[in-house]
Design a protein around this ligand. Structure first.
Ligand code: BES
Ligand code: MN
Ligand code: ZN
Length: 512
């Protein structure tokens, strides 16, 4: 019964995305962009002309100035059922801007009953503009409706089509099919898994959903380590986190080979705590329900490799999902327990709630031993400290490799999934000293908790491996839809960032 539930396809009926040559419709629902100061130009001018100036009068009456990200919805303008104006400010057009425009129209489309929306973008300067509009629209119109029954008699919203009318419709369609739709699929995969509650997504069902998503995608192999396999390898650290739960842990490894045969891979390792109750170091009740999203790192690294494989990226990349449920019970691990990890290194548990680093170090050690990656990036909703430091604007980036740090910072800016670098000072090691083990798993004093956690993970990185840690605790979940391409709830943060990193800094051969 549970298996059937978790395998049910997300029933998210959405607008189909179609591409058509630029032309100004004479009726229906249209969306047009407006630059800062609302100059009468481009599609805005053409739609105004078709409505005999009614559009401009409405804009003046509303005081709409074309500020970036501001949307004005005008029903019944001239011959049009709806005109949706999207402010784009005064920045030069960019792929990111187009994604935001698409996202705003997509979000609006979710709440609208009109069967067809036509988004007009006549500008031919950006190549394949329609593909970026489509990426934004796909992410902006994301909804999760698996468990919501339709109310009888309620209007059907968010269905029909969204037509992207652009200068190069054919090139846009090709770029969407071959490239950007793969990125959308990776983000949507991540959001689906994160939104699913912990009674449907647990280590084994995460694996099954991953297998289903990768079915038929070429050059991919999937390896899954169950409890006996992990016991054999001495992976006591991930096993310790999982031992309090009825749902056994798993290590999921997805390998994609799109690069040269002899090229060392890039490994993305994600924290996959399908529910973090804190374990014996139990969390407060108030926000505990949100801890279903504590597997976002795992969902995002898996979603990233799904994107890379679907778009045929020229890279060898691996996703490792360290999957466990952190529960209190008679079999759960305790504070004070000492754990011998796969590497042989030991630590003493200060808090069973510092479980992310515990699952990650075995996963990171495993992939280094097995695959000899040249780069390891781990992604984790690791600490409340990161939330306090950076809020929901930036993920925390920790790295001792200047080139890798620079690449990830640049990828953050380019993708719109920003990161901010935080320190790994050697003094943080003092917080991790134990009198009876090599390390302990948490700091003793309240302090630089995000850095201390990063420092712990870094202690399992082998010589010569470029490593970065992304603490995405604040980025995984949104309480309100404040960004054009990120709806409320699961963000899928990390997929676009890491796709960008691979696109700009690995595929080009620029990375070490
Ligand atoms: N999953 C939490 C971190 C978290 C907090 C993510 C808030 C998202 C929002 C993590 O496992 C945790 O509990 N961290 C502890 C570490 C401490 C015990 C050293 C924390 O940050 O308090
Ligand atoms: Mn925890
Ligand atoms: Zn956690």
């Amino acid at each position: 019964m549970l298996a059937a539930l978790c395998l049910a396809a997300p029933a998210a009926a959405q607008r189909t995305l179609d591409f058509a040559p630029y032309a100004v419709p004479t009726e229906g629902a249209v969306a047009v962009t407006v630059r800062q100061g609302a100059p009468l130009e481009g599609a805005f001018a053409e739609v105004d002309r078709a409505s005999n100036g009614a559009l401009q009068r409405a804009v003046a009456a509303a005081g709409f100035l074309g500020d970036r990200g501001v949307v004005l919805n005008l029903p019944g303008v001239g011959p049009y059922r709806q005109v949706l104006l999207v402010g784009v400010g005064s920045d030069a057009p960019s792929a990111r801007l187009l994604e935001d425009v698409g996202g705003l129209v997509g979000q609006w489309g979710v709440l609208s009953a009109v069967p067809k929306i036509e988004l007009l973008w006549p500008d031919a300067t950006l190549p394949a503009a329609g593909a970026h509009l489509a990426l934004g629209a796909s992410l902006g119109q994301y909804t999760f409706r698996t468990y919501r029954n339709a109310k009888p008699g309620a209007p059907v919203l968010g269905q029909g089509e969204l037509v992207l009318r652009v200068a190069d419709a054919d090139a846009s369609r090709r770029a969407w099919d071959a490239d950007w739709s793969a990125v959308a699929a990776g983000v949507r995969f991540s959001r689906d898994l994160v939104t699913e509650p912990a009674n449907t997504i647990y280590p084994e069902s995460f694996v099954e959903r991953t297998r289903a998503a990768f079915a038929g995608v070429p050059n991919v192999s999937i390896e899954v380590l169950d409890v006996p396999a992990m016991q054999k390898l001495g992976m006591n650290s991930i096993l310790h986190v999982g031992q309090g739960s009825q749902r056994p842990p798993r290590l999921l490894v997805v390998r994609y080979r799109g690069g040269a045969r002899d090229e060392a891979p890039v490994a993305f390792v994600g924290k996959g705590i399908t529910f973090d109750s804190g374990g014996i170091s139990l969390k407060d009740a108030a926000n505990m329900w949100r801890m279903k999203y504590d597997m976002t790192g795992a969902a995002s690294v898996t979603g990233t490799v799904l994107s890379l494989a679907k778009r045929g990226a020229k890279v060898n990349a691996i996703a490792v999902a360290a999957l466990a449920e952190n529960m209190p019970s008679g079999t759960a691990g305790r504070p004070g327990d000492v754990v011998r990890t796969m590497s042989g290194k030991t630590y003493e548990i200060m808090s069973t709630d510092a479980e992310g680093r515990m699952v990650l170090v075995d996963a990171i050690w495993f992939v280094q031993e097995r695959d000899r990656p040249r780069v390891v990036v781990d992604v984790a909703t690791l600490t409340g400290s990161q939330v306090t430091a950076l809020g929901d604007e930036y993920a925390g980036l920790f790295s001792r490799d200047e080139a890798l740090a620079a690449d990830l910072l640049a990828a953050g800016t380019a993708s719109g999934e920003d990161v901010w670098r935080l320190p790994l000072h050697p003094s943080y090691a003092k917080d991790l000293e134990s009198p009876i083990a090599d390390l302990r798993n948490g700091g003793s004093t309240p302090g630089a908790g995000a850095s201390v956690g990063a420092f712990f993970i870094g202690s399992w990185i082998q010589e010569g491996v470029a490593w970065a840690h992304l603490d995405i605790a604040s980025m995984a979940w949104r309480e309100a839809p404040v960004l054009p391409t990120v709806p409320l709830g699961a963000t899928g943060y990390g997929v676009r960032l890491l796709d960008r990193y691979v696109r700009d800094h690995v595929e080009t051969g620029a990375a070490r």
